[in-house]
Design a protein around this ligand. Sequence first.
Ligand SMILES: Nc1ncnc2c1ncn2[C@@H]1O[C@H](COP(=O)(O)OP(=O)(O)O)[C@@H](O)[C@H]1O
Ligand SMILES: *[C@@H]1O[C@H](CO)[C@@H](O)[C@H](O)[C@H]1NC(C)=O
Length: 372
Amino acid sequence: MIVMARVCIMVWFQRIALGLLRCDYMLHEYTLKQVEMNTIASSFAGISTAITQLDRFILTEIGRLDSMEHIPPNGALAGLCNGMLDAWKMYNNKTAIILFIVEDVTYNICDQRFHEFEIRRLNPHVKVIRRTLTQMADRASLSKDKELIVDGNIVGVIYFRSGYETAAYHSQREWDARLLMERSKAIKCPSIQYHLAGTKKVQQELCKPGVLELFFDDAKKLESIRELFVGIYGLEFDDAGNQAVQLAIRNPERYVLKPQREGGGNNIYGFKIKDAIMGMKDSKERTAWILMEKICPPLTRGYVVRPGGPKVPPLSNLVSELGIFGVIIGDAEHIMVNKQVGHMLRTKDATADEGGVASGLGTLDGPFLVDD
Ligand SMILES: Nc1ncnc2c1ncn2[C@@H]1O[C@H](COP(=O)(O)OP(=O)(O)O)[C@@H](O)[C@H]1O
Ligand SMILES: *[C@@H]1O[C@H](CO)[C@@H](O)[C@H](O)[C@H]1NC(C)=O
């Protein structure tokens, strides 16, 4: 068996993976709790960096320069782009380019393109191109050394801003294009294993007793990570799964029911959980979902300015969700880069279940830090 494993490792493949992460938190009784971890297409580093500048501009305009220190610095955009450039350096071929895999129509273009411009600013020698999965299916190939070639360019780093939902794969050809990229020598952001690490199922597994211990031995670190978790339960056909089903039926208002999806708008909340669970209690479908304790953040009051809204927005009850951007570069044995680079804050009406900005429910905001 050991000999077999060695043989496999000798076959060339890209061992380095890049993660541009956004870990989302909400306050629950004044401690931070993790909502989820995004490992693919983590968005809003561009616009939230601009929001920090906007907040500073506004403080200046209203004559509150004295409060400037309460607005924390935000290096999200440069941080993520430097992550891509660090990975590009590790690929170690000056002629290589960075490829963005993009949606057919990019609704979040004003966030996404900032990344391209920032890479251009940080290192004008590195070319960035954008291609859809369908264009990759038409135009990409592998050289005999497993270099990924698209339209005559060698790709050093692939940055996926699309490909996290099955709807992006219109036919088998797009799946084949993803596989081609995975098989290539290009450094993927994320690699397939980093992509899978961001699923709700993995988040649920990490909450199980004894699992974090596999990754950390420092007891203090373990405790501070565990404190970020709320209860998350799988719905398998076993004792634990059956118990979770009972919890959800008895107190649906205490939970959020989540499928293995990304991009918002897929979760089920409150009394609807009961119907959903009753409907799939006896089918295999239920194992595709996880049940997560609901986080109840404290209310703040503020004015939400939105296009098409009233000229003078009403004072409303709001809740916020903090996203922390991070960069990780590693292979199976080593972590070469692992750092926090910036933040974003989304604020939504307290009555809205989800805070999606693209869906029009949430707004981009910025933190103002005060001593408690
Ligand atoms: N446990 C929870 N408690 C309260 N709100 C939640 C919880 N989980 C998710 N939400 C809300 O739903 C939104 C989407 O959930 P999330 O797990 O981030 O799914 P997606 O990956 O589709 O964005 C979050 O941004 C948050 O506003
Ligand atoms: C970069 O890639 C090109 C195309 O495969 C190759 O000809 C060249 O030798 C590579 N350069 C380095 C430094 O590996």
